[in-house]
Design a protein around this ligand. Structure first.
Ligand SMILES: Cc1cc2nc3c(=O)[nH]c(=O)nc-3n(C[C@H](O)[C@H](O)[C@H](O)COP(=O)(O)OP(=O)(O)OC[C@H]3O[C@@H](n4cnc5c(N)ncnc54)[C@H](O)[C@@H]3O)c2cc1C
Length: 339
């Protein structure tokens, strides 16, 4: 297997097998291109959004999946592996890409999957994603996990903001974007009580935001969370505690602390990014490095959703297919002329 990977020149190497990576693989395989899909090592997977998505309620037909990215992805990979196109896909499980270089018209990927090897591809789709920053409570980010696992704590307002309906809600975050989340939750769902819990810092809001928070009676608590109350086994959240011994009763929390952007490979190879670290691209997802595309949450100016990950992945795979066909077409035309 290692030799096969090392010796092959793949049409497209896809780095990451979350929502964008698997969609790019499906599109590439059905376009009849030769695809290498590298899903990430255990650490990459654990820190990916794909791993943490549970029930997906904002995509038609997805309500029955327990794990809204991993389950449909598995079905898709099983379909490909049993289809007439199966030879088009090499799927590297538990493998991380640790380096990405370009030499002439070829990309060279360094792989770490127990034993190290390299792979070569004409084009690359980078889909390594982002991760939401977790609040550190009692010295660890793990305190919140039992509640996040059952969605008493959520991160994505477009996916799960509606969970605030009828609930004692808090937004955890110190900057203005967390305040805008609270304003939106109030305007959409008017939860019975809504507060912002900062990480102990005093936020600096613009006049407009401060005025809206006052108008909507959204409390801003700057004491700094020091504990979580609830039933961990059942994932029932009851409230957050502060160092003065008080408790803020809560049954739903929204975390608005920003995102970590997994752009290491992109920046190493020299792509342009925006001020937050998201990779900027042309309309089809091609970066400032020719032949290198970005799909999914890593791409600048996208909605950071499963369906936008799919859309950007399809755009990238189709654009690459168009370029591959142009190369083959020119070669065929040249042959005709030289006869
Ligand atoms: C808790 C939560 C709930 C959500 N709910 C919804 C929802 O209900 N509806 C919705 O539309 N969206 C939802 N989202 C957003 C959705 O998860 C993302 O938009 C989507 O997963 C982005 O896809 P992606 O492929 O860009 O990244 P991911 O799906 O996060 O995939 C990243 C992939 O990159 C791999 N990787 C990382 N580094 C490397 C490396 N060096 N080498 C190889 N592989 C690597 C990882 O292993 C992983 O496979 C939710 C997000 C969170 C956090």
């Amino acid at each position: 297997m290692e030799n096969k990977i090392h010796n092959n020149l793949y049409d497209i190497a896809i780095i990451g097998a979350g929502a964008a990576g698997v969609m790019a693989a499906l599109r590439g395989v059905l376009n009849n291109d030769n695809i290498l899909l590298i899903e990430g090592g255990a650490k990459d997977k654990k820190k990916s959004r794909a791993q943490w998505v549970r029930k997906v309620e904002n995509i038609p037909g997805f309500m029955s999946y327990e794990r809204g990215v991993l389950d449909p992805n598995q079905e898709t990979l099983d379909y490909i592996k049993n289809s007439p196109f199966k030879e088009n896909l090499t799927h590297l499980k538990n493998t991380s890409v640790t380096d990405l270089k370009k030499a002439d018209d070829t990309f060279l990927l360094t792989l770490d999957g127990g034993s190290s090897t390299t792979a070569r591809a004409r084009f690359v789709i980078l889909a390594t994603g982002v991760m939401d920053i977790q609040p550190e409570i009692e010295g660890t980010i793990k305190t919140i996990f039992p509640y996040a696992n059952v969605q008493a704590v959520d991160y994505c307002v477009r996916c799960d903001g509606h969970h605030a309906l009828g609930k004692e809600t808090v937004v955890i975050g110190s900057d203005e974007s967390a305040a805008w989340v609270a304003i939106m939750l109030h305007e959409r769902y008017a939860p019975p009580h809504l507060a912002i819990l900062t990480d102990g810092k005093k936020p600096h809001y613009s006049d407009k935001v401060a005025q809206l928070l006052e108008l909507y009676r959204i409390e801003v608590n700057t004491k700094g969370i020091d504990g979580v109350r609830g039933n961990k086994k059942e994932g029932k959240l009851e409230g957050f505690t502060f160092c003065d011994g008080t408790i803020h009763p809560t049954d739903f929390a929204f975390v608005g602390l920003g995102m970590m952007v997994y752009n290491d490979l992109a920046t190493k190879i020299g792509t342009q990014t925006d001020e937050r670290g998201f990779v900027t691209t042309g309309p089809k997802g091609e970066t400032s490095v020719q032949g290198l595309y970005v799909a999914g949450d890593l791409r600048a100016n996208t909605k950071k959703q499963i369906y936008t990950a799919w859309d950007t992945a399809v755009d990238a795979a189709d654009d690459i297919n168009s370029k591959l066909r142009q190369i083959k077409r020119s070669q065929k035309l040249e042959q005709v002329v030289s006869y």
